[in-house]
Design a protein around this ligand. Structure first.
Ligand code: PLP
Length: 406
């Protein structure tokens, strides 16, 4: 039989359950694991603080690793095309642990002007307090990236598709430029919006990929989880001797089980998210009811060409759009009946929110402007409901808002 595709692998690979011949992943909740004798305990601890993993495998304590989580990590590594995935209690757990593991006082970190607000807050408002020099550029401007890179740039951090402004930078070119300037520079890419189904940053020069599995990978808004995926050496630093262990941002076995279950339907769900989002974005643009629609699949999107080159046959399930005014945007959100007014994204149910007053309210006016985030911008996580029902809901909501705000 030929090699399985990723879809088949994440649905049907269950080597680890062989001892019990179980089709589903067992939830193993143990925190501590007994040693055969004192030498066994000492040998399993030998690698702590070292550069590579232990010679003697085995579980010690679930803040280091636990069997259900490790099984999920193996599947995530397959999905993302990396050697090893490290599971965290949330996407932000993965972001913070990655930064704390590889960045130190005095380092130069180059990041984007537009990104998820939690990461933005960490980079902009917290890291400088620890002596890290954080510089921001518009990552779509390759010349600006090249000009900002330095021989001591320790990390370049960006998102495949930015939250919430839907910008798409050329990751491959950014990684190339970063590694030319400093071969040791780590290129870290948050791939949450694109998902591993549309893009594998590790195949295009990235060193570490971040996923908030809270979003599309799990897909049902009932679990917080995150991953950092890389080669085995970096993963070891991230995991046992790195900051997962010391931050304690550990993925729990029950959550790992839930993510594994959600992940099995991810290819089917995500195809529908992409299909719905394309149809709705096209309708929005053609309707004339909105000032701007940001969806990388639209030919009018400023980064459409990069998105076509970079993404694998789809453009994701996220749309950003601007109604004709802030008042109309606010009124419209209050009129929706099917679409849920809520933060987060990647859920099977449609979620809509106002970034300037909700998710991205930690950004000041200047930061909002730099990120391209206007007062009237709305972020829409398109669910897997019927696209025509969603369009009908958006239409009634915006038409009522336009009438109310006349
Ligand atoms: C792009 C992106 N990265 C990371 C995160 C953080 O993920 P979590 O909520 O799982 O901590 C989010 C959350 O919305 C996100 O949108």
């Amino acid at each position: 039989m030929k090699d399985l595709t990723i879809t088949s692998k994440i649905v049907s690979e269950h080597d680890a359950y062989k001892p019990y011949h179980g089709l589903t992943m067992p939830i193993i909740t143990g925190v501590t694991y007994t040693f055969d004798d004192t030498d066994d305990g000492r040998e399993k601890h030998l690698a702590f603080g070292g550069e590579t993993g232990p010679e003697k495998e085995g579980y010690i304590y679930s803040r280091c690793a636990s069997p259900t989580v490790v099984e999920l990590e193996k599947r995530i590594a397959i999905l993302e095309g990396g050697e090893v995935a490290v599971g965290y209690a949330s996407g932000m757990g993965a972001v913070c642990s990655t930064v704390l593991t590889f960045i130190k006082c005095g380092d130069h970190l180059l990041t984007d002007k537009a990104m998820y607000s939690g990461t933005f807050d960490l980079m902009t408002h917290k890291l400088p307090d620890f002596g890290v020099e954080v510089e921001k550029v518009d990552m779509r401007d390759l010349e600006a990236v090249k000009a900002a890179l330095r021989p001591d740039t320790a990390m370049v951090y960006c998102e495949t598709i930015t939250n919430p402004t839907m910008r798409v930078a050329d990751i491959e070119e950014i990684a190339k430029a970063a590694h030319v300037k400093n071969p040791k520079c780590l290129v870290v890419v948050d791939n949450t919006f694109a998902t591993p189904l549309l893009y594998h940053p590790l195949d295009h020069g990235a060193d570490i990929v971040i996923e908030s599995a809270t979003k599309y990978i799990n897909g049902h808004s009932d679990v917080l989880a995150g991953f950092a995926i890389s080669d085995a050496k970096k993963a070891w630093k991230l995991n046992d001797c790195g900051r997962k262990y010391t931050t304690g941002a550990v993925l729990a076995p029950q959550e790992a089980y839930m993510v594994n279950r959600g992940m099995k339907t991810m290819p089917v769900r995500f195809a529908k998210h992409c299909e719905n989002a394309m149809k709705i974005a096209q309708w929005m643009e053609e309707s004339g009811l909105f000032k701007r629609v940001y969806y990388p699949g639209l030919a009018s999107h400023p980064d459409h060409e990069v998105a076509v080159k970079e993404l694998n046959g789809g453009f994701g399930g996220m749309i950003a759009f601007e109604p004709m005014s802030f008042d109309i945007a606010k009124n419209m959100l209050d009129n929706l009946k099917l679409v849920n007014l809520a933060v987060s994204l990647g859920d099977v149910e449609s979620l809509i929110e106002h970034p300037a007053s909700m998710t991205h309210s930690v950004l000041n006016e200047e930061e909002l402007a730099e990120a391209g985030l206007t007062k009237e911008l709305v972020r829409f996580s398109v669910g897997i409901e019927d696209a025509d029902d969603l369009i009908a809901d958006l239409k009634q909501a915006v038409e009522k808002a336009m009438a109310d705000c006349k």
